[in-house]
Design a protein around this ligand. Structure first.
Ligand SMILES: Nc1ncnc2c1ncn2[C@@H]1O[C@H](COP(=O)(O)OP(=O)(O)OP(=O)(O)O)[C@@H](O)[C@H]1O
Ligand SMILES: [Mg+2]
Ligand SMILES: [Mg+2]
Length: 503
């Protein structure tokens, strides 16, 4: 079988490692920082704007313009570096990395090569949260550097034109380079997901791979051979597929005694293909940027940034899955990935007072989120505020003035209503409260009547129940709830049916 056919066959086999062939992998992650302005100019970092509408003279490299560092980008880079426990460089500086590309009009990219903003640090992976094979694994960080993004080259396919949009030129990026510590594909995927969560949580970046806010280069070698770099992978599944393919390609090369070149390859969805041989640092003719001063930081900077950081995602997850919250792991992870829902959750728990947290969790994660997703809507806290939800829980469990069944119907109305509504107002509007003006003994009588009718109409069900199929009683309760439109609680019906049937 030829190499290519064998490769395709093995690529389909999944991403398991092959014994005797040790995978070694390191990542370079480019992350767009969420600043209002660009890295070295005062043009806005707007996305999805008409091409070339958000550019300054500096962004397009006009002579006579000079760069000036945006301190906001520095602040965000420091937040990330400190959260990874990196060492902050108190005297970092910018360098010019030379290469020609039409979307890079200066003829060089301003980056940090000789003296980056931070070095060292690590991101901890843990089998409990990150689904990796080994119990724990620290991925060490080589360095973190600030640099400018390039413009975007758009190849207009059919009329032979190349169009360049400079809106992205000079948007601030950090390049985070890891040590080659990854030994499995699972670790690589887990790292990227965890990194996404972290940058989103810290408000450093939107965290999207799909929009290119994070772009990943993967470096792969097998059994100590040359490293091959795969550029610009756009999703974690693409990373996993490209990495699996490249690992197998290199194994086949080793088996056939074909030498593996140190090169940059690209991924086309099926295979990796050679782009160019890998430049050495020498090829880029790095020189210090003569127009940008050294960034000098106070020796206390790490401590200062540390104090400004929120509790980090892993610690938050650990807190949420423990008492008193006791949230399921997947829900806790959802909350750290959606910070606005996390603060909603904290507000809810603060408002519920004498209601059991378990009940609040159940109603938020199942009933409220369920009501939104049933209507194909994203969760919108404006439709039901934490205090409204707390009020609803109070009405269900403490005042018992609405049944669970009616409350679920009410949620459906609230999430689809054009405006937000007070709970009591909505209960009235949709007639979902328990019957008022009817005495307890009247309700008792009605319940009795309904249950007797339902029993008479369902002799086969009654027989099943008497034969020991106790669960069949739920069918009868369902009928009774339908009859009363959920206004009487299912517990009341359950008790009455049991009494009448004599089970
Ligand atoms: N033997 C190896 N096998 C796999 N990966 C490796 C190996 N040695 C180094 N790496 C990884 O290669 C990457 C090197 O990235 P770095 O940015 O330092 O250099 P580069 O790729 O030459 O530069 P550029 O930014 O121009 O692409 C790191 O992620 C590192 O962990
Ligand atoms: Mg590289
Ligand atoms: Mg790099």
């Amino acid at each position: 079988m030829n190499i290519v056919r064998r490769l395709h066959r093995s690529a389909r086999l999944g991403s398991d490692l092959v014994s005797g062939f040790k995978l070694k992998c390191g990542l370079e992650l480019h992350t767009q920082l969420k600043t209002d302005f660009k890295l070295f100019s005062l043009s806005k970092t707007s996305f999805n704007e008409p091409p070339n509408s958000s550019i300054s003279y500096f962004d397009v490299g006009l002579p006579g313009t000079m760069p000036k560092l945006n301190p906001e980008a520095l602040r965000l880079a420091l937040r990330l570096a400190v959260s990874l426990d990196s060492d902050i460089n108190l005297n970092s500086s910018f360098d010019r990395k030379h290469y020609f590309y039409p979307d890079q009009p200066l003829g060089y990219q301003i980056t940090q090569h000789y003296s980056p903003i931070a070095t060292g640090g690590f991101l901890k992976l843990d089998s409990r949260y990150d689904g990796i094979e080994s119990t724990k694994k620290d991925i060490r960080i080589e360095q973190i550097q600030l640099e400018q993004d390039t413009g975007k080259t758009n190849y207009v396919k059919f009329d032979g034109e190349v169009r360049i949009d400079y809106n992205r030129a000079n948007i601030p990026l950090i390049e985070l380079v890891t040590k080659p510590d990854f030994e499995t594909i699972g670790e690589v995927v887990a790292f990227i997901k965890k990194y996404q969560t972290l940058v989103k949580y810290l408000d450093v970046c939107t965290g999207d791979l799909e929009t290119g806010a994070i772009r990943v280069d993967v470096n792969v070698s097998v059994n100590g051979g040359n490293r091959v770099e795969i550029k610009n992978l756009g999703s974690t599944s693409e990373v996993a597929e490209a990495l699996g393919y490249e690992y197998r390609r290199q194994i086949e090369c080793l088996k056939e005694n074909v030498s593996i070149l140190q090169e940059t390859r690209s991924w086309d969805g099926k295979s990796t293909t050679a782009l160019r041989s890998k430049e050495d640092a020498l090829d880029y003719r790095y020189v210090p940027d003569s127009e940008l001063p050294v960034i000098r930081l106070h020796s206390d900077i790490k401590k200062q940034v540390q104090e400004s950081l929120p509790q980090l995602p892993d610690a938050v997850v650990e807190k949420l899955i423990a008492s008193p919250f006791n949230i399921e792991l997947k829900h806790a992870q959802f909350l750290v990935n959606n910070k606005h829902v996390l603060s909603y959750y904290y507000n809810l728990i603060e408002s519920i007072k004498d209601i059991d947290v378990k009940r609040a969790n159940n109603w938020l994660f199942h009933e409220v989120f369920g009501a939104f997703s049933k209507n194909n809507l994203a969760f919108d806290p404006d439709k039901i505020s934490p205090s409204s939800l707390a009020r609803l829980l109070h009405l269900i469990f403490i005042e018992k003035s609405i049944t669970s069944a009616s409350a679920k119907i009410l949620l459906g109305h609230l999430v689809t209503a054009p405006n937000s509504m007070e709970i009591e107002q909505a209960m009235e509007q949709y007639d979902l409260g328990k019957p008022t003006g009817v005495s307890e003994s009247d309700i008792d009588e009605i319940v009795d009547e309904i249950c007797t009718e339902i029993i008479a109409a369902n002799p086969d069900v009654i027989k099943r129940i008497k034969d020991g199929k106790h669960k069949s009683i739920n069918y009868l309760i369902g009928q009774a709830m339908k009859e009363t439109e959920g206004k009487v609680s299912s517990d009341i019906f359950a008790a009455r049916f049991k009494a009448l049937i004599g089970t």
